[in-house]
Design a protein around this ligand. Structure first.
Ligand SMILES: [Fe+2]
Ligand SMILES: [Fe+2]
Length: 328
């Protein structure tokens, strides 16, 4: 299995590996079949950017680093429910969200790494909620690396899940303040989680929003969420491959984000996820098959010979580009 941009889909060589859902979270296209051109057009109209496919070159690649699709969809639904309640001026179910936070903390704790499913693999209506789930997963992966304890991880998860809740209170503008004001009134939610919403658009150098606080004045959880949020937007909305998104984050070290946190993030989230087609420094094409220990040095399999090697053991062999555009 591998993840492709929708423009790369080729119905002669690829089958859908994960279902595509409509905006009501119903299965629109089931896994295991090819996509009829008519449906492909429909997916384009829905602005779906990514598909999971099975094909010859991705044979044997399992992508078990992904959260399973039903759990991810369920998580998205819980966040959606909370946002809709807030929009309707109803109190949202904090318990449900806390249960989800526990589940996500558990998910991240027992996995070595996390690869997110881009929220743009879903219908536009569901994306803001899948975005929140992804930001929570990425934040927790960083929190794990920082050895946060269980309670800290829980507060971080709640903050990340609700970081954009202000958008449900009053739309995009001022959503950080609105979210903070909304969350801090709720006694069941930690003030630290509320601060994640408040400060997730602040910048390390003090040029962010809404209060232009800087450096240590920005709570660590909010800095973590800020990095995860930027990364998720680059991957999903902008359709940028992970290694380029990493470079974009590094370029913002000590400008938007604390350098040590960016470094930690880069070292804990794979730049070349399994299924990525790559060009190697020896000129040959390969596919990433798995990541065992080193996030930047995965296993690859040459397309021409099927020979699989670990880049961790070949320090001189480099990935020079990601060749994501399949020519039909
Ligand atoms: Fe935001
Ligand atoms: Fe966000």
């Amino acid at each position: 299995m591998r993840l492709i941009m929708i423009d790369e889909y080729n119905d002669k060589t690829m089958q859908l590996a994960r279902p595509v859902y409509d905006r009501h979270r119903r299965v629109l296209l089931a896994a295991g079949r090819t996509i009829h051109p008519k449906y492909l057009e429909r997916l384009r109209q829905m602005d779906i950017k990514y598909l999971f496919v099975d094909d010859f070159i991705s044979e044997g690649i399992t992508m078990e680093e992904l959260m399973d699709m039903p759990s991810w969809m369920e998580a998205t639904e819980i966040v959606q429910k909370a946002f809709e309640d807030v929009k309707a001026n109803k109190p949202f179910n904090v318990r449900e969200l806390q249960k989800l936070a526990v589940k996500l903390v558990d998910e991240v704790s027992r996995r070595k790494m996390i690869i997110i499913i881009p929220s743009t693999s879903l219908a536009a209506e569901l994306r803001p909620y899948a975005h929140a789930v992804n930001v929570a997963l990425l934040s927790l992966q960083l929190g794990k690396q920082l050895r946060l304890n269980g309670l800290q991880m829980h507060d971080l998860a709640m903050g990340a899940l609700l970081h954009d809740i202000g958008k449900a209170v009053e739309g995009d503008e001022h959503h950080a303040i609105k979210g903070f004001e909304y969350l801090r009134k709720n006694r069941e939610i930690s003030l630290l989680s509320a601060h994640v919403a408040y400060q997730h658009h602040e910048a390390f150098n003090g040029e962010g929003a809404p209060r232009k606080v800087r450096h240590k004045e920005i709570h660590q959880y909010a800095q973590i969420c800020g990095i995860a949020n930027r990364f998720e937007n680059l991957i999903s909305e902008e359709g940028i491959p992970p290694h380029e998104a990493m470079e974009a984050l590094m370029a913002k070290s000590n400008i938007d984000f604390a350098q040590d946190l960016v470094r930690l993030f880069v070292n804990t989230i794979p730049s070349y996820p399994p299924g990525a087609k790559v060009k190697m420094s020896d000129g040959r094409e390969a596919i990433v098959t798995k990541i065992v220990n080193h996030m930047q040095r995965p296993y690859i399999r040459y397309l021409s010979t099927n020979e699989e090697i670990s880049l961790a053991e070949k320090p001189n062999l480099l990935i020079i580009s990601v060749t994501d555009k399949d020519k039909k």
